[in-house]
Ligand binder design. Sequence first.
Ligand code: NAP
Ligand code: MG
Length: 403
Amino acid sequence: MERFKMMTPLVEMDGDEMTRILWKMIKDELIFPFVDLKTECYDLSLVHRNETGDQVTIDAANAIRRYGVGVKCATITPNAQRMEEYNLSQMWKSPNGTIRSILDGTVFRTPILVEGVHPAVRSWEKPITIARHAYGDVYKDTELRITEPGKAELLFTGASGTAIRRTVYDFECPGVLQGLYNKDSSIRSFAHSCFRYALSTGQDLWFSTKDTISKQYDHTFKDIFAEIYESDYRTDFEAKGLTYFYTLIDDAVARVMRSKGGFIWALKNYDGDVMSDMVSSAFGSLAMMTSVLVSPEGNYEYEAAHGTVQRHYYRHLKGEQTSTNPMATIFAWSGALKKRGELDNLPALVSFGHKMEQASLQTIKDGIMTKDLVTMYEGGPATAVNTQEFLSAVRQRLDKLVF
Ligand code: NAP
Ligand code: MG
């Protein structure tokens, strides 16, 4: 058989530790035999980021802006221990943070559902995708510990010279104080990314904040979403039979718990941080969570939501076989290939991406899975296999689907 052709290269970003090992195994077993792979490669391993003064991360992000679609392996975000381990010249920033700030994107996280692994919430039948605004609020706050009585004020000095002053609280005792901000431009990009992603995946969009209490801050989020929906997206949503709705966050939580799933839930930065961990653990496992960064310009970067699985890597270095779950990384590749196929009008490539996913899911359905899933599996007898054995089992099924 001739391998599936590509037109535009994918931006491929290699990474660190166990996921770097998975990366090569997945390409060798599930991609090279089937696809005439075209990629522009950026090695984001910590060693190479250090050698290039982190320029490689910036170059990779710019390449995604140029080509439109990237696929990224998990990478180490250095801390003090890593400084020593890798003899780093600097504590380089999180590559994901750098890429996100260049693409100005929103991160969408979706669990991979398999028959036999049941969500903790019984009514959930379809995945719930969390769209988290990844800018500002408490993550860029200014905080004070107040140690004596005194008056706390909010002061804004405009470029034109106007001053707005509000009393926050007249402290009669010690306490705490916090200043938060966000920008209309960032909220607007967040809204555009969410509406586009809902349209491109054919799912309803929910958005929730606490605007009844936060009458300026959260209300502005609500208003911007409403305005952009009306001006740019309502027609397309209605044409596709999709719904956008806004509701208070506490109401949204109650509805999510009674829902069947199958929608996108957009959340402010902190809410998204908290709710994505709740939703992912209720769906099963971090190793089964995919993640895609969507920029307002319409660029896509696919990755697994988990990290480099360090403990498994150290065992791998000792020569042990590990049972590391490659599902989320396989889905990062399939997602990127499908998107590339869609943008370049290559239906065969899109269909191959679907088959990669189908073959992986079928393997688990057949009772063959990595260790992390065995304890959760209720679909019948399950065999725990190592990573290579799992990928070989997927390969067998993929051969059948393709040939
Ligand atoms: P992690 O790599 O996600 O792993 C945490 C634990 O979760 C693992 O030790 C493992 O548990 C389990 N796990 C995660 N993925 C798995 C998989 N595919 N198969 C089987 N088990 C899996 O998080 P971490 O240990 O906190 O971080 C390690 C490194 O990853 C750090 O340097 C961090 O900076 C980086 N990181 C990168 C990204 C990214 O690039 N997107 C995201 C998060 C973290 P057991 O060991 O109990 O089996
Ligand atoms: Mg978190």
